[in-house]
Structures are given as C-alpha cells and as structure tokens.
Ligand binder design. Structure first.
Ligand code: GDP
Ligand code: MG
Length: 750
C-alpha cells in the first residue's frame, strides 16, 4: 500500500485536507497545535487503497518540541512514498521555509498550495508553473475546506511516489553556495548518504552532526565568519535561517503575479483586533461574551424580565407552560430544553413503570430498572442539550479565531506572572475534555511547564462536570430561591480559572522555580465558520457523551443501585433501609473527611450521599449527578418518577439539610479534585512516576483547601479576614524566599 504523509506548518490546513481525502472527522481547530499525534486514514482510489498520515505541524525540521520530533522521524525513518507538503498561500514565504528543508532530503514530494479561496478574496495570484520551476517539485492549488483540487493533488502525489527526486537546496542561490558545495563533497567522499541534507545540518551546528565531524565543523566555522559579519549574525544556525529567507525572497519575485494587497479582510482583521485584543478592554469584553454564552445556555430569567417587572411577572407554575418560564421570567433556550427533556424522562419512566407493574413484574425489578438505572441515566442525559448549546458557542468562538486571540491577550498578561503563553492552549482545551488537553501539553518545551499545565488542566471545568454545576446551581435557585443559575455556573468557572492561575504562580515560585519558556503565539486570521464542520464537532461530542452514558455510567449506576440495596450480608433491603446498605455504610465511613468542607458529619442521616458522589465521580464526573438520581429515588421512599437532574438534587437537599455554602463547596471540590479515571490515566502517561504521584496529591490538597475556604467564608463571612491574613502571610513568606533566591542567583552569576 502506498504511504503518503501530510506535512506543513501549524494551522496550514493539514487536518482539513486529511479529513477531506480520507473522510475522517479528526478535530480541526483554528489555532496552532491541535494535532499532536500522527493520525492515519485511508484514501480510496477506485479499488486501490492508499495510507494517508496526518502529522503535527512543523515550522522546521530541527526538532524543538516532542511533536516536531514525530514529524521529523516520520520523514526520516518511516520512508513515506511521497510527502504532501501543504502551504498556506496567504503566508507563502513563511511556509516555504519548511518546504526548502524537506527538498533537501530528496524524498518524493508535492506542494499543496492551500487556502486558494482566501487567496482569491485577498487578491493573491501565483504562477504555479514558476513555483514548480523554482522549487523543482510539482505543485497543485487546492482549497482543503471546500475540497477543490484535492483529487488532482492525490493523482500527482501517486504519480510522484514512483519517481526518484534529486535533493535540491535553495541555499545554493545564496552566498553560502561555496560553503555548502565544499561540505557536501567532503561528506560524499567519506560515503555519507544524503550528503546535502547532512552538510546543511552540520553547517547549522546540529549537535549530532558536529559530534560526528568535529574537524570539518571547525573548518566550517572559520569560513562562515565572513558571511556572518556581513549579515550581523553570530551563529551558524542563524546564518542558515537568514540565507533561507533570502533564497525564498529571491524566488518569490517570480512566483507572485499579484501579491497580497492590504485589502479589506486584513484591515478588518486588524481593526477587530484593536477592539478584541485591546490592552484594557480585551478581557472585560471576553468576560461579557462568555457571560452571554452562559446566560443563553443556563439562565432561567433569559430576558431579565423577572428583574424588570417583579418576580411574579409570568407565573405559570402548575400549567403546562411551566417549562418555558422560570420563576421570574422566560427561560433561556438551554433551560427550556432541559425542562423538556426532564418532562419527557418523567413521562417515559411513569409509563415504563406502569407497564412493568401491569405485567406483574416484581417490585424490586421495577425499582431496579426505573429508580436505579433510568433515574441515574436520565439525570445525566437531561443535561445533553445544555452541553451541546455551550459547545456550539465555544466552537464558534474557537473556529473564528477569537479564542486564539484570548490566548494571545492572556499571554501578555500572564507572562508577567511566570506563565508561558503556549501553555494556555491546552488549558483552554480543558474546557472540552481534559484528556486531549493533557496530551496537547506535548507541545510544551520544559518539564516544569508541562507539569504545571497538566496540574491545572482539570481546573478548567470539562464538559462532564457541567451536569454537576447545572444540577446544583439549578437546585440552589429553585430550593433556596436565591441567585441565578447562569451566574452561579459562570462564577464556578471563574473560580476554577482563578485557582489555576494562583496555583501556577505559587508553583512557579516554589516547586517549579525557573519555569519560563520563549513563546511566540501566532495570530490565526479571523475565519468564517463552516456550518457542517461545526455540526460534525457537535455530533462527535454528542456521540461521545451518549456512548459514555450507556457504558461507564450505566454500569456505575447498576453497581450503585445494587450496593445501595444490599446489606453486607447480601440481604435485600427496602428503600427506607438505605442507611444499612453497603454503600450507606461506606458513605458513613468516609463522610467525616468532608466535615471541614461542609458536606460531612454536620448533615442529617443521608448526608453521606455527597461523600459517595465524590467517590463515584472519580470514575466519571457524570456519575456524580447519576448517583444523586439513583439515591434520590431510594431516599424518597415509594415510587415516584421524578428524580432526574435538578429535581433529584432538590430532594437530596431536603433530606440532608445541606446549606448553600456547602453546596458551592461541593461543586468546587468536584471541579478541582482528582479528575476522572481516564484523565488520570493520560496524565500518568505524560509524567514520570514521581511527578505523577505528587500531582495526585496536589489535586486532592488543592480541592480540599479551596472548598474549605469556600465553605468557611460562605458560612461565617467574617472568616474572610482570617483567611486573608493567612494568605497574606503565605505570600509574604514565598516572596521573601524568592527574593533571597534571586539575590543568591545574581551573586552566583557575578
Ligand atoms: P492544521 O493545523 O494544519 O491541521 O490545520 P487545520 O486543518 O486544523 O486548519 C486550520 C484552520 O484553517 C481551520 O480553521 C480550517 O477551517 C482552516 N482552513 C483549512 N483549509 C482551508 C481552506 O482551504 N480555506 C480556508 N478559508 N480555510 C481553511
Ligand atoms: Mg491538525
């Protein structure tokens, strides 16, 4: 089978092309670094099958990060039959930088000139034949997004795959020609294969090459001096880079028939950037946009009518319109759908329970299916619409390029706090799911940075934690009649983010001192959104969620029901004997641990439910709500098909007497503590054993501490003074030690 690899700069459209030709649905994101591992797919050409590999983005073949190594190894060691080098035509010169390096390797390759739709809009015209002549490789204009030109591209790639191609270096167009020729012939003499590639690497001062040919390298350095002084450069690597750009500039005169004019799009882009990345207003604008997103998704007072016209503006409680309207106003689309699904769930369970009873099923079986399995499952599934609506908006913000700007904006702000900007990308990805986010930390350079980032990723609350937030926020509003569901949810997200940044600042000054890595964030252009790819994205999310619901969560629910209905002697228990069950006993055992957090021993007889929910949440965070669903059905003795989502939490609040600060503290603990099993496993894969162990401890301690503070201050507001005093003391101690450390360093350096 032919083996073709797609290589190119980050954000040049590799994954889009890959999806187009293989029919896959790999995640495409409008920012650099989304693909961190290679991905394989099949291109079908009639009966013939061709293996296509999507690779992480590269700016050059000198590997600086793990993901660049993947691509480099692929080209050098997997011996692909042909490489498709994809370039973004709107940024052609910079993209050709990588092209000129691959050319030096003599592997068969084709140039895919991508984003031709944008070229048209921006009035860029290139001459493909001149480009082919200048580089000595075939080129095809494509638009990966629309799929135009991709078939032709594959034909050319297959054609080229059979041919031999001589290595060629554009550097020979520059003053370095003499030097390169010399080194190349020397290496050829001693029988090195691919002498051109190795010659250039040696001139660059590549560590491995220099070790192999130390003498020759000395000679090179002598000869390079002249060039370097002319170009005001003082190292060989810089010299080669400089020469590359010179060569590209030289050929680009023939390639462009019409160069990018500073037309509307670019002007608009920079005009928009003046507002969106404004030094002072950028962050507030971001917060307002995010709040609106949350408002549309979660609010029960969507148009603020309740506030304007008084609380009994539309009081339709008890009517069939109840679901459309909240207590004080009109529900948001998200909240309406939530109610709709809950109502359907209730109808279904009522109907199903009736059918079973009529058929003469044993009462424990009815209990098991209706109260155990379905109550748990519906509790989770009822949040699906809100999750999808939230991701719909987040995907729009991501695809248009707005999120990348926020990363850029925060980069400026947080660099001052010892944070690097690139680390923010996996953090933002964490809002979706911690697992790909943790994998994305491979793009980071240093161990310290990677470790710090992995530790805070779970604080960027993922989709699975959303039901916890929504269910409890909804229950607080409905049971205690205070606050707004959207404000509470939004506030909890902010709490997670703030905790993450405080944790990073503390780590960078203590255990992970000296964490700092150079980072240049590139701003992707604003792009219009393709509706179909947005839908694919949401469809994937939905499939993932439903699959999880019917596997891990379903299994957990069954287990929870079983151990909550059997005693240690495997005696079947009635609902009212919940406290005697295996689960009950276990819950009562761990319950005291959570007393400082507000949901421990101070609660009434069923208070251990919260402790149990924390534990089941370690398997999957959706389990927290599913556990409430299943147990609420048992606590409220007798059949009632009314326990999913928000309502089950309300039942449990009533039964346990938990307070509002304790509920908030419970959310905070779930958000900040050890993430789900799968995320823990991927963190384990990325870290050394020791770093991993400390990370688990870090998660537990942080969540315990923050939740305790939330509960204590929420219950006794004056405790804030004590907390602040302790915090101030801790910060002062860290500061003083840090100053001392810095001073010592200066002394040592002097
Ligand atoms: P990768 O990082 O190289 O894998 O790039 P992606 O495939 O993730 O694409 C980066 C961004 O460019 C995404 O927002 C794509 O929708 C967009 N994109 C890719 N190809 C084209 C194209 O031909 N035209 C336009 N306008 N946008 C494109
Ligand atoms: Mg990609």
């Amino acid at each position: 089978m032919l083996n073709i690899g797609i290589v190119g700069n980050p954000n040049s459209g590799k994954t889009t092309l890959f999806n187009n030709i293989t029919g896959s649905t790999a995640h495409v994101g409008n920012w650099p670094g989304v693909t961190v591992d290679k991905k394989e797919g099949i291109y079908k050409r009639g009966k013939e099958k061709i293996l296509v590999t999507d690779l992480p983005g590269n700016y050059s073949l000198s590997p600086y990060t793990d993901e660049e190594v993947i691509t480099r190894n692929f080209i050098l060691h997997s011996k692909p039959d042909c490489i498709i080098n994809i370039v973004d035509v709107t940024n052609l010169e910079r993209n050709l930088y990588l092209t000129t390096q691959i050319m030096e390797l003599g592997v068969p390759m084709v140039l895919a000139v991508n984003m031709m739709d944008l070229a048209e809009r921006e009035n860029i015209k290139i001459s493909v034949s001149n480009l082919e002549k200048a580089l000595g490789i075939r080129a095809v204009e494509i638009c990966a997004l629309k799929g135009s030109g991709t078939k032709e591209l594959m034909e050319v790639a297959i054609e080229e795959a059979g041919k031999k191609r001589e290595p060629k270096s554009l550097l020979k167009l520059t003053k370095l020609k003499g030097l390169i020729d010399l080194v190349e012939s020397r290496l050829e003499e001693i029988g090195i294969s691919s002498p051109l590639f190795h010659a250039i690497k040696l001139i660059e001062g590549d560590e491995i090459e220099v070790k192999d040919h130390p003498k020759l390298y000395e000679e090179i350095q002598e000869i390079s001096k002249e060039y370097q002084s002319e170009a005001f450069i003082d190292d060989n690597e810089g010299m080669i880079a400089d020469a590359r750009y010179q060569a590209i500039e030289k050929i680009s005169k023939d390639i462009f028939i019409q160069k990018k004019e500073k037309l509307d799009i670019i002007k608009q882009s920079s005009k928009r950037d003046k507002i969106f990345t404004h030094k002072i207003f950028g962050i507030p604008i971001f917060l307002i946009i995010m709040f609106l997103v949350f408002h549309v998704t979660f609010s029960e007072n969507f148009l603020f009518l309740g506030g304007l016209f008084g609380d009994d503006f539309v009081t339709l409680s008890g009517t069939s319109f109840e679901g459309l309207f909240g207590e004080g106003g009109i529900n948001s689309p998200g909240a309406m759908l939530l109610t709709l699904i809950e109502t359907l769930g209730e109808l279904f369970m009522g109907w199903f329970g009736g059918v079973l009873e009529n058929a003469g099923a044993a009462s424990w079986l009815v209990g098991f299916l209706v109260d155990g399995v379905f109550a748990g499952l519906f509790a989770v599934l009822s949040f699906l619409p809100q999750i999808l609506i939230l991701y719909f908006f987040l995907s729009i913000l991501e695809d248009t390029g707005y999120m990348a700007r926020i990363v850029f904006l925060l980069d400026r702000l947080f660099k001052k706090m010892g944070l690097s900007g690139r680390a923010l990308i996996p953090m933002v990805m964490g809002f979706g799911c911690s697992i790909p986010a943790i994998m994305n930390t491979r793009t980071l350079n240093s161990r310290e940075e990677k470790l710090a980032t992995i530790r805070v990723i779970p604080f960027f609350s993922c989709g699975a934690k959303l039901p916890i937030l929504t269910a409890i926020a909804g229950a607080i509003v409905m049971h205690f009649g205070i606050g707004n569901a959207d404000l509470i949810t939004f506030g909890m997200y902010i709490l997670g983010i703030v905790t993450a940044f405080i944790a990073i600042v503390i780590m960078s000054k203590t255990t992970l001192k000296g964490m700092d890595s150079p980072f240049i964030m590139e701003l992707p252009p604003y792009r219009s959104i393709k509706f179909s790819s947005l839908m694919i994205h949401l469809w994937d999310k939905m499939k993932h969620f439903i699959k999880k619901a019917f596997t891990v969560i379903l299994a957990s629910t069954i287990v929870i029901w079983a151990i909550s209905h059997f005693s240690f002697g495997w005696r079947f228990l009635e609902d009212s004997q919940l406290n005697e069950s295996i689960l009950g006993k276990f819950g009562q055992l761990v319950q005291p641990l959570f007393t400082p957090l507000g949901f421990g021993s101070q609660l009434n007889q069923y208070g251990w439910v919260f402790a149990v929910a924390i534990v089941t949440g370690l398997i999957a965070k959706e389990n927290v709500v599913a556990t409430f669903g299943t147990l609420a059905a048992a606590i409220i003795a007798g059949f009632s098909g009314d326990e999913e989502g928000v309502s089950s939490v309300i039942q449990i609040i009533g039964a346990t007497g938990i307070t509002v600060p304790a509920l908030i503290s419970f959310i905070a603990f779930n958000m900040l503590t050890i993430p789900c099993f799968a995320a823990v496993a991927s963190a384990k894969g990325e870290l050394t054993r020791k770093d991993f162990n400390w990370t688990i401890l870090f998660w537990f301690v942080t969540s315990y501490l923050v939740s305790t503070i939330v509960y204590v201050v929420g219950t006794w507001w004056w405790a804030i003074f004590i907390v602040l005093a302790i915090l101030a003391a801790v910060i002062a101690i860290i500061e003083i030690n840090y100053r001392k450390y810095k001073k010592n360093k200066v002394v040592m350096a002097a």
